[in-house]
Design a protein around this ligand. Structure first.
Ligand code: PLP
Length: 432
């Protein structure tokens, strides 16, 4: 980075300080991860100079032959990774991918049924402050407050809610839900009410690609994802069509005709519907990450992500903490601090003094506001990329507990910070 250092020392210094923060801290934000130097190299390449509106072979600009090759590689690797017949790798982010789905399949005012934001859902699934709640009629299902399905979705209630509100689109997918989804049950409900079924696997894409979680592809009409969470690629989004293109609008075209219809709808929703030129450097970086995810090491990594999350949840439980739903099937968990005399906000702040980064998060039926909250969300993808084992995560839980027991104690925070720094130096991230 010597060019940047000489050309713009102020920004170079920001980046250097951020690198140091990443090296010297425990990153437990469930939506974050660390990309490889190869992914960063592609993202920082000359492909940023190229305009390429359109799709490979059908561009509105000349000079696209090499970026066409890069986008075709991204597409074929993504199809291989998820076993699907069509993808669009151009969405700039998860939210842009989702916007394209609404544009393709709904009209403003149509009804959507999604997971309640305060029960783990995402803003783009109907929140009143997001386009999805502003332009469409958003209805919600949630998780159970108690009983055998505590913290989990009761599919009978989803069915009742779908019958009552008759949605045109049902969304699955979450930002803070630690259990797997029953896609076949969702599909039966969607078929019954004539809705279109969409899975947003932004968080779990890596775990789905490696078959460690249920596969939405055979059951959902459309799937969206980010590429930067468990998939461990550059920041970005993507759309995929599963193995079932039967559309809920009563069309009876042959299978190949349905694929064409659905893919054309989605392609034109991405461009020119919601985006202009695709970010070709980012698409190349996505291709690099998909290539990495196709290797056996990525499967091993994803298995460790889940094993580490289970170990972490078990360690918190044995110290008397409440985990929403009692544990986790995936890479994340929600720690409910409401019985422990500390808010999510205070926990986030106290842990950050010890160089442990988490985010405050609403727990289902939270009595605190979204800016305060009663919980924190924890995830293992980033530190597992750094080589942390189950034993490391158990140590981390012990360190977090010491801080959370006396959140305003500066001495304890300083001691734990010292241990965090030692642990980080044992497992360097980009420094060698
Ligand atoms: C992270 C996330 C998104 C949004 O991704 P961005 O790239 O931040 O726009 C969408 N849906 C779900 C479920 C997510 O977790």
């Amino acid at each position: 980075m010597s060019a940047l250092h000489q050309h713009d020392p102020e920004i170079a210094a920001c980046i250097a300080r951020e690198l140091e923060r990443q090296e010297d801290g425990l990153e437990l934000i469930a939506s974050e991860n660390f990309v490889s130097p190869a992914v960063m190299e592609a993202a920082g390449s000359v492909l940023t100079n190229k305009y390429a509106e359109g799709l490979p072979g059908k561009r509105y600009y000349g000079g696209c032959v090499h970026v066409d090759d890069a986008e075709n590689l991204a597409r074929s690797r993504a199809r291989a990774l998820f076993g699907c017949d069509w993808v669009n790798v151009q969405p700039h982010s998860g939210a842009s991918a989702n916007l394209a789905i609404y544009l393709a399949f709904l009209k403003p005012g149509d009804t959507l049924l999604g997971l309640n934001l305060s029960h783990g859902g995402h803003l783009t699934h109907g929140s009143p402050v997001n386009f999805s709640g502003l332009l469409y009629k958003a209805e919600f299902y949630g998780v159970e407050a108690d009983g055998p399905l505590e913290g989990r979705i009761d599919m009978d209630k989803v069915r009742d809610q779908a019958r009552a509100v008759k949605p045109k689109l049902i969304s699955i997918g979450a930002s803070a839900y630690s259990r797997d989804f029953d896609y076949a049950a969702f599909r039966a409900i969607a078929d019954e009410v004539g809705a279109f079924l969409w899975m947003d696997m932004a968080h779990t894409a890596g775990l789905i690609a490696t078959k460690l979680l249920n596969d939405p592809m055979p059951h959902c009409h459309v799937v969206s994802t980010t590429t930067h969470k468990t998939l461990r690629g550059t920041r970005g989004g993507m759309l995929l069509l599963g193995k079932d293109y039967e559309n809920p609008f009563g069309k009876t075209a042959p299978k190949s005709g349905r694929l064409k219809m659905m893919s054309e709808l989605l392609d034109s929703a991405v461009f020119p519907g919601v985006q202009g030129g695709p970010l070709m450097h980012i698409i190349a970086a996505k291709a690099v990450a998909f290539g990495e995810a196709l290797r056996p090491e990525f499967s091993t990594y994803c298995k460790s992500v889940i094993a580490n999350a289970s170990a972490m949840a078990a360690a918190f439980s044995s110290l008397g903490y409440r985990i929403v739903s009692g544990g986790t099937d995936n890479h994340l968990m929600l720690l409910d601090l409401s019985s422990r005399n500390i808010t999510g906000k205070a926990a986030e702040e106290a842990l950050s003094r010890a160089h442990i980064t988490v985010n405050k998060n609403m727990v289902p039926f939270d009595r605190n506001s979204p800016l305060v909250t009663s919980g924190i969300r924890l995830g293992t993808p980033a530190m597992t990329s750094r080589g942390f084992t189950q034993e490391d995560f158990r140590r981390v839980v012990g360190m977090m507990d010491r801080v959370l027991c006396v959140p305003t104690d500066e001495t304890v925070a300083a001691q734990v910070k010292g241990e965090v720094l030692a642990l980080c130096r044992e497992r360097p991230l980009y420094r060698s």
